[in-house]
Structures are given as C-alpha cells and as structure tokens.
Write a protein that binds this ligand. Structure first.
Ligand code: HEC
Length: 423
C-alpha cells in the first residue's frame, strides 16, 4: 500500500491558522509550525529524507532544535516560493497529486513565528511525530521485481558526462508471464547518477540512440527532483515475459583524479494484481526537431499532436536541459475551445517534476495537444550555469546540448467510453 499523504506531502490547510492570528496568541513551533513542516517539508527534510532522484535536502526539520537555526532561511525560501519545490502555476492548482504548495496563511504564519522570536511553545501542543518510511526502502511499496545491473559499473575519473546502456534480459525466474506495471521507481546508488531512462524491448532488439522511440516501451525515468511513478487503478504498462530491460544511464560529475565511483542503480517494479482496462503509453509530444541560435534569450520551440481517439492523461513531464526556461501544455478541443493543462513559467533543470493527475484527464476524440518551450541561450544564463551562449544548440544527450521532450503518460480509450477510469 502506498501512503500518498506521506509520500507526496500534499498541502492541506492547517486548521486553526487564522484562529491563532485572530486571538493574538503567540505563534509557536509546537502549535503552528511543526504541523506545516510535517505536511510539507519533512518528506525531504529529515535524516535520510527522500532522495528525489539525486536531490537530497541538506538539513532536517524534525524538531525544534533542528529547525530553529533555519528560521530566517525558511521565511526567505517560503516567501519566494522556492520551497517546497513546485514549478507549476496556479492554473493547475488542485489537479496534481504530488502538488507541493503552502497557502498564503501558512507562509504568513512562518514569517510571524520567525519575527516574534521563533518560540518553541508548549511541548504538549505538538502533533505526534510522523513515522516516515525507511528511506533505504522503496516509496512505491515493496517491489514485485527489482531489476539490478548484471554487475556494478565503474564511472571513471575522467568522466564528466557519460551515457551508458545497461541491459538486463528478464529470465523466466524474474518474470514468468506478461504483467502490467503499476508503479516504477528508480533508485540511484551513487551521486554521479544524473538521470535514468528505462525501457523494455524484444530480447534481440538493438539498444540504440534516440531515434527509434517507437520500437520500444518507455518505462519512464528519473531525473533530479522526480517523484516515483504510481499509476492510478486500472492503468498499467505492459511488460512482456522475456523482455530486455535497458537502463539508459546518464552519469554526470566533475572530472578529475579520485572522482571515480561505482554505480549499481536499481529499478523497482510493482505489478497490478487486478485487471487493467487502460494500457499506458509514455511518449513525448515534441522530439528533437529544433536548433537554438546563439545569444537567444527566449527561443520558442513548439509542436502539436492530434489524437484521433479519446485519451486519458495520467501525467505530464517537461524535460529540457540547462537552457530550458519555460514549458507549457495546452489542449485544443474539437469544439474550438482551449485549456491550459500545465504551465511551468520558470523551468528548473534541478527540479524535473512529473506532474501526476489526481484524476486522469480526459481529452475527447479529435483533441490535440500543443506544447511550447522557451530556451535561454544568452549570457544571462551562462552567468549561472555552464553553457556556451556563442553556439547554436540542437538535440543531444549532454546537459550542454538540449532536449525538447515534452513527455506525456496516457491511455487511449478504445471503446469511446471512459467510464471505467480509475481513481
Ligand atoms: C521535494 C523535496 C523537498 C521538499 C518537500 C522541501 N524541500 Fe527544502 N530543500 C530540498 C533540497 C533538495 C534542498 C537543497 C537546495 C537545492 O539545492 O535546491 C532544499 C533546501 C532548503 C533550504 C535551504 C535553502 C538555502 O538557501 O540553502 C531551506 C531553508 C528549505 N529547503 C526549506 C524548506 C521548507 C520550509 C520546506 C517545506 C515548506 C521545504 N524546504 C520542502 C528539498 C525539499
């Protein structure tokens, strides 16, 4: 069983917030602040907190002693909306199950607490400590199948960016029959793992470059800041017995003597026991067709794809590299109306969030999805990230080249009815 509220830290309104203001009672850690931290921060900010695919929170906020020294910093990052990390605008508020946002009231309460001496308050007011799952474990629950490297991989000292395809053939013992995948989690085993993309294919298929995306089944992936993927009831990704799993590893680190590291990352899979009505497809809307000229501050790359049958979208995930500045998905409906599905006005390469719908989003037959990305290939960006604004940039693996992968995880509704859509 997945404990959604713990894993996703969904923001809920803290009861009593306005009441405390109104009565002029002092704002205290135990009464007012700890509940906010438990609900919104501790999933990452605790000893061995969530490793968001390489992004690990540098400090713990489990109790007063740990939190007190950070009071000012907490005010700063909550007022600026840097924390908790969430990049989508208000337009999609309430739609995604991994949404991480504080209310205005909560932000004000934190600020008042810090300005009035960051008091501890009465220990008896404190809510019970949250028991977090072991971070060494799997946040998707105990996997039915763990896919391991055949042997650990040595990332050499000289490496700065390296792409390595690790292949694993699923034996009969590992996967005796075809199964539908419900949840996928990637566990990087070292800090040099920048991202992992997984896919399955026929056992004799060639692992190859980026060109043959249709010849294989995407199994999602992880990049800095990604939450593990848990599909809604009734939705699953078909994994055929005897398949080959390819883990496309991107290693990234500073190069130099003594920087080499062993890696043996893992992919954990949870299967559906019950029937699956909605086989899932994971595909990008845009793919590889662009060139960003030098010195452009806001270069637009767009694409549009039409779906002949109705589709149910379970998640959206923009993926760009260091020049990625903004991303947007817009639905165009057959009646001519449009809807902004996801707007990420300040894309952050360090927080590559997969936006998981609470309820799968239904698009009627004949709808299309338009995506728009903005890339910043200017001196401004070169000032805080190691890009070279003097060159034109195309699709490519290294983070100093670019990607325009506007991923979408969805199911095609074959019989024209979406009634059985799960929750
Ligand atoms: C999804 C994981 C996650 C959640 C949830 C989260 N943080 Fe963070 N936080 C991080 C990471 C990772 C960093 C490291 C900073 C970085 O490199 O971006 C960080 C850094 C910080 C910092 C230090 C910033 C600095 O200037 O050094 C503060 C303060 C902070 N978080 C406060 C909070 C508060 C308060 C909350 C809840 C309201 C919160 N965070 C929720 C992951 C998280």
């Amino acid at each position: 069983m997945i404990r959604k509220s713990l894993i996703y830290g969904v923001a809920i309104c803290v009861m009593g917030t306005s009441a405390a203001f109104a009565a002029g009672e002092p704002v205290t850690f135990t009464k007012d602040i700890l509940p906010i931290l438990q609900e919104n921060c501790q999933t990452c900010h605790r000893a061995s907190g969530a490793n968001m695919s390489g992004m690990v929170a540098p400090m713990s906020f489990m109790n007063y002693q740990e939190t007190r020294p950070w009071a000012k910093a907490i005010v700063k990052v909550t007022e600026s909306r840097e924390m908790p990390p969430w990049k989508a605008t208000e337009a999609s508020h309430g739609l995604f199950k991994n949404e991480r946002v504080l209310t205005e009231d909560e932000i004000a309460l934190i600020s008042t607490w810090a300005k009035t001496g960051a008091k501890r308050g009465n220990p008896a007011d404190a809510p019970a400590l949250v028991e977090w799952p072991d971070a060494e474990g799997w946040t998707i629950g105990e996997p039915d199948l763990v896919v391991d490297f055949p042997e650990p991989f040595w990332v050499e000292d000289e490496v700065r960016d390296l792409y390595e395809n690790i292949e694993i053939i699923l034996t009969e013992e590992m996967l005796p029959e075809d199964r539908y995948i419900k949840g996928i989690q990637y566990k990087p085993s070292s800090e040099v793992v920048h991202h992992i993309i997984g896919y399955s294919s026929a056992p004799n298929a060639e692992s190859s470059g980026d060109g043959d995306r249709f010849g294989r089944t995407q199994l999602g992936g992880m990049a800095p800041g990604t939450d593990p993927n848990m599909l809604p009831t009734g939705f699953g990704i078909l994994l055929k017995a005897g398949s080959k799993i390819t883990l496309q590893m991107h290693y990234h680190k500073e190069a130099g003597p003594g920087t080499g590291e062993w890696d043996s990352s893992q992919m954990g899979l949870v299967f559906h026991d019950e029937e699956v009505q909605h086989p899932i497809t994971i595909e990008p809307i845009a793919y590889g067709n662009f060139e960003i000229p030098p010195h452009q501050k806001s270069w637009r790359v767009g694409a549009r794809e039409t779906f002949e049958k109705p589709i149910l979208i379970t998640s959206l995930m923009p993926h760009m590299h260091l020049r990625g500045a903004a991303a947007k998905y817009v639905a165009h409906y057959p009646d001519g109306s449009t809807e902004l599905l996801l707007d990420v006005p300040q894309y952050d390469f360090n927080w590559q969030i997969d936006y998981f719908y609470k309820e799968p989003k239904l698009l009627p037959a004949g709808s299309s999805i338009e995506v728009e990305m903005r890339f910043d290939n200017s001196e401004d960006r070169a000032a805080f990230t190691y890009i070279d604004p003097n060159r034109a940039v195309k699709f490519g693996g290294p983070t100093t080249d670019e990607m325009d992968l506007m991923w979408m995880t969805y199911a095609t509704v074959e019989d024209g009815s979406a009634d059985e859509a799960g929750d």
